[in-house]
Design a protein around this ligand. Structure first.
Ligand SMILES: *Cc1c(COP(=O)(O)O)cnc(C)c1O
Length: 365
C-alpha cells in the first residue's frame, strides 16, 4: 500500500506511536484488566491517567502555578459562549467585549458573544480577504473592555498571529488556540484564558482544553450552566461531570510523546522547517497562490489555490492516488488546504511538495 499522509484540518492526524500504544492497551490498560473506556473517572487508574496528562501539559507549555488547566467538552464553539458567561460577571455594569476579526473562527466568536454583551470589532481583516493580522496600532480597543478575544491561528484562512497583543488595564486577553496549541512556544502569563478543541493538534474530538488564570474563576453569570462554570470545573478537577475520559487518555499519550521528542521548542523547530518547505513550493512560480502576507502565514494550516481552478478535481484525484489525503479546502473558501500539524512528519510534507512540483510540471531540483 502507498504510504498515507493525512492533511485533514481536524479531526486530524495523530502520532503513529500514540495510536499503536492505544491499540496495544485497548483491551487491557497496564494489567488493570480494563479498557480505559471502561474505567470509572473516579477510580485510581483513571485518576493517575488524568493527573499525568495535566502535569505533562503544564510542563510542555510552562503553565504558571496561578493558572488552572481544565478538561471540558463542547469544543471551541461552545467556549465562544462559555467565555462570556464566565467573564462578564466581573463587570460592574454593561460590558463591551473587544474582538480582532482575522477570519472565519473569530467571526463566529463575535456572533456568539453578541448574544451576551455589546461587541466591538476593534480591527478586522475582512476588507483584505483575511490576508493577515491588522497591526495592533490600528486597533480601536475599548477602555475597560470585559476581555479582548483573538484567534491566534485561523484554521480556515491560514492566518497566524506573529505577536502577542498588548492589553490595557486589567482587561484579560482570551485566545482561541484550537489549531496551533503546542505547535510553538508561548508565554502563558500574557493571557487570561487560552482554549482549544483537542481534535486539531492534541488528540481526539470531544475534549476541550482551557487554561485560565486563577483570578478569572468565580465570576460566572447566574445563567451559566454549572458544568460550564470554570470555577466549578476547577474545584472538581474537571470531574464535576464525567469528563471525556478516553480523549483525555489519548491526549495524555500525545503529551508524553511530545516530551519524548524534546518538548514544544523542538517540535516548533520542525514545524518551522515543514512550513518553509511547503510555502517555498507554493511560491516557486505563479502556478499556485497563497494570499496571506508572509509574516502571518500559518505554520499549521496552509490554504492554497491553483491559478487554473478548472484543474481542482484533477489535482485532488492525483493527490489521493499518491496517498495524500484530505487536501480539499474548506467549503467556505474553496481551493486546497494542507494542515501540517505536529503529527505530520516532514516526509509527508516532502511528499506533498514533490506532488506540487510534478503537478505544476516543474523539473525536479
Ligand atoms: C476547529 C476550530 C473551532 C471549533 O471547534 P469545535 O470543536 O468544532 O467546536 C474553533 N476555533 C478554531 C480556531 C478551530 O480551528
Amino acid at each position: 500500500m502507498t504510504h498515507i499522509y493525512n492533511f485533514s484540518a481536524g479531526p486530524a492526524v495523530l502520532p503513529h506511536a500514540v495510536l499503536a500504544q492505544a491499540a496495544a492497551e485497548m483491551l487491557d490498560w497496564q494489567g488493570s484488566g480494563m479498557s480505559v473506556m471502561e474505567m470509572s473517572h473516579r477510580g485510581p487508574e483513571f485518576i493517575a491517567i488524568y493527573q499525568q496528562a495535566v502535569a505533562d501539559l503544564r510542563e510542555l507549555l510552562t503553565v504558571p502555578d496561578n493558572y488552572r488547566i481544565l478538561f471540558m467538552q463542547g469544543g471551541g464553539l461552545a467556549e465562544n459562549a462559555i467565555v462570556p458567561m464566565n467573564l462578564l460577571g466581573r463587570a460592574a455594569g454593561p460590558a463591551t467585549i473587544d474582538f480582532v476579526h482575522t477570519g472565519s473562527w473569530s467571526g463566529k466568536s463575535v456572533r456568539e458573544a453578541a448574544r451576551y454583551a455589546t461587541v466591538n470589532v476593534a480591527a478586522s481583516a475582512e476588507q483584505s480577504g483575511f490576508a493577515g493580522v491588522p497591526p495592533q496600532q490600528s486597533w480601536r480597543l475599548t477602555p475597560g473592555a470585559a476581555y479582548l478575544h483573538v484567534c491566534t491561528n485561523e484554521t480556515i484562512d491560514g492566518v497566524e498571529f506573529d505577536f502577542v497583543p498588548t492589553i490595557q488595564g486589567d482587561t484579560p486577553l482570551v485566545a482561541d488556540m484550537s489549531s496551533h496549541i503546542l505547535s510553538r512556544v508561548i508565554d502563558v502569563s500574557k493571557y487570561g484564558v487560552i482554549f482549544g478543541g483537542a481534535q486539531k493538534n492534541i488528540g481526539p474530538a470531544g475534549l476541550t482544553v482551557v487554561i485560565v488564570r486563577d483570578d478569572l474563576l468565580g465570576h460566572a453569570l447566574p445563567i451559566c450552566p454549572s458544568a460550564f462554570d470554570w470555577k466549578i470545573v476547577a474545584d472538581n478537577d474537571s470531574m464535576y461531570n464525567t469528563p471525556p475520559t478516553y480523549a483525555i487518555y489519548i491526549a495524555g499519550l500525545v503529551f508524553a510523546h511530545l516530551k519524548k521528542l524534546g518538548g514544544v521548542a523542538a517540535i516548533e523547530a520542525l514545524n518551522i522547517e515543514k512550513a518553509r518547505l511547503l510555502y517555498a513550493a507554493l511560491d516557486a512560480d505563479d502556478f499556485y497562490v497563497n494570499r496571506v502576507v508572509p509574516a502571518n502565514r500559518s505554520r499549521m494550516n496552509v490554504p492554497f489555490f491553483l491559478r487554473d481552478e478548472a484543474r481542482n478535481t484533477e489535482f485532488l484525484a492525483g493527490a489521493t492516488a499518491r496517498g495524500l489525503l484530505q487536501l480539499k479546502g474548506h467549503k467556505s473558501v474553496g481551493g486546497m488546504r494542507a494542515s501540517i500539524y505536529n503529527a505530520m512528519p516532514i516526509e509527508g510534507v516532502q511528499a506533498l511538495v514533490d506532488y506540487l512540483n510534478d503537478f505544476a510540471g516543474r523539473s525536479h531540483r
